[in-house]
Design a protein around this ligand. Structure first.
Ligand code: DWN
Ligand code: ZN
Length: 409
């Protein structure tokens, strides 16, 4: 289906919509008891691919202040796996880039300081940039200086005028989150030292399609990247995609793109670009059957839960995640099926899931209330969660994993 929208990266007008998830509430807009009786804004969630530059993107543009400032409760530090990933990344960069007291590492969307604190403890000067007040407050408490702003060319120019140039810029799970994609990349080019390195991490759109990860599509994610779309995007700003690392178990399949001002591509990045050309990741045909597969996952999951519930089973969920908001609202799974959802993030306890209003509580409820089945809504952390909640399975509890395919484990 064509649309009059223009591509966020290249301005192309041939965008082709391949999936419509309907009108969705904001994914991290958890509700207090009193907010439940107030109307919840919902926005259309349509996904398109640009045949000119391969960028997959949503059409709707919710103001970032609504998405990331008003009561944004996502804290990166509630995942041990993510903390390990961040520490390995930081220590690797300190060594490979020979960072020291005269260096500067800047993180865009630094959240609660989960990554930068590793550089700081190695004696490397850091600067966090993140508009979300609660996580930024936590970062400051962890000793990470944080600017509570959105990043773009204006802020980059201001920092350079103050004499700051970044030896390393880290941008994890943020380049997909900015409405002004070109402004964001241009800002990184301004702030980066001439021999500096930018590392960008985002879920990989190839895995999103291959593994049916439709619930990772939400209004916080304006774009869904391939190596092809990143390569085209950064070249527009005098930057080059030189290397890529793959993390299959992170957020459903994540790539880390290494970007710099000198063109020095590795075999890894040449390999990914060649494979994407071979599979047609940049062409609409690659996405054409995705909607049908998403409907299949929906129908199978609802039938399973409905059957278990009708058979007298009690059901719950694990992970009050942004992706859970999409999965529950798209499938229509609500408190008629799930009695409650548990989450380690204490800031979410006592709140309700957007749209479906399932109550959120702490993981101890699994042992206390002993639901017969628990749907792992944060399926991207299934290994960590199943290991952490081994007692639940020992008591006879059963896990249901919805993605990449519906299974009872
Ligand atoms: O891009 C984004 C990703 C990185 O994080 C953000 N825009 C929003 C957010 O998306 P999400 O909420 O779907 O992310 P997570 O990290 O997959 O959410 C996991 C949820 O599960 C969190 O609420 C924390 C919780 N959790 C838990 O309760 N116990 C996580 C782990 C690992 C656990 O052991
Ligand atoms: Zn484009």
């Amino acid at each position: 289906m064509s649309t009059e929208a223009t591509c966020r990266s290249c301005g192309g007008t041939a965008l082709e919509v391949f999936l419509s998830l309907g009108k969705m509430p904001l994914p991290d807009a958890f509700l207090t008891e009193e907010a439940r009786s107030e109307p919840e804004p919902r926005y259309p969630l349509d996904v398109a691919v640009c045949p000119e530059c391969a960028l997959v993107q949503i059409l709707e543009e919710v103001p970032p202040e609504k998405l990331f400032v008003e009561n944004y409760l996502y804290f990166s530090s509630f995942s041990d796996a993510l903390l390990r990933h961040a520490r390995d990344h930081a220590m690797g960069l300190v060594e490979s880039r020979r960072l020291g007291a005269g260096s500067l590492v800047v993180e865009l969307a630094s959240n609660d300081g989960y990554l930068l604190k590793n550089f700081a403890s190695a004696g490397v000067p850091v600067l966090g940039i993140d508009p979300a007040p609660e996580p930024a407050r936590a970062a400051e408490a962890a000793g990470v200086p944080t600017l509570r702003e959105f990043f773009g060319t204006d802020l980059a120019r201001r920092l350079v005028a103050e004499g700051k140039r970044a030896d390393v810029i880290v941008a994890n799970n943020v380049m997909a989150h900015v409405p002004d994609l070109n402004g964001f990349v241009a800002g990184m080019a301004v702030l980066l030292a001439d021999d500096g390195l930018i590392t960008v991490e985002n879920p990989y759109v190839r895995d999103l399609v291959d593994h049916g990860e439709f619930d990772t599509i939400y209004h916080e994610h304006f774009c869904y990247f391939s190596c092809t779309s990143v390569d085209t995007l950064v070249r527009r700003h005098g930057l080059f995609l030189n290397h890529v690392e793959y993390f299959p178990d992170l957020h459903g399949g994540t790539l880390r793109w290494h970007i710099a001002k000198r063109e020095e591509p590795t075999d890894a990045v040449r390999g990914y670009l060649a494979e994407e050309r071979r599979r047609g990741v940049g062409r609409p045909a690659f996405y054409r059957d995705f909607a049908a597969r998403v409907e299949g996952i929906r129908d199978e999951l609802v039938a399973l839960l409905r059957g278990l519930k009708d058979g007298g089973a009690r059901l719950a969920g694990y992970g009050a995640a942004a992706k859970a908001t999409i999965l529950l609202n798209y499938t229509g799974i609500g408190s008629d099926l799930l009695d409650f959802i548990v989450d380690r993030n204490v800031h979410k306890h006592g709140l309700y899931m957007p749209g479906v209003h399932v109550p959120i509580t702490g993981p101890e409820a699994l042992a206390e209330r002993r639901p017969d089945y628990t749907v792992i809504l944060a399926w991207n952390f299934r290994r960590e969660i199943v290991h952490q909640q081994a007692a639940y399975a020992e008591q006879g509890g059963r896990w249901i994993v919805p993605i990449p395919s519906v299974e009872v484990v």
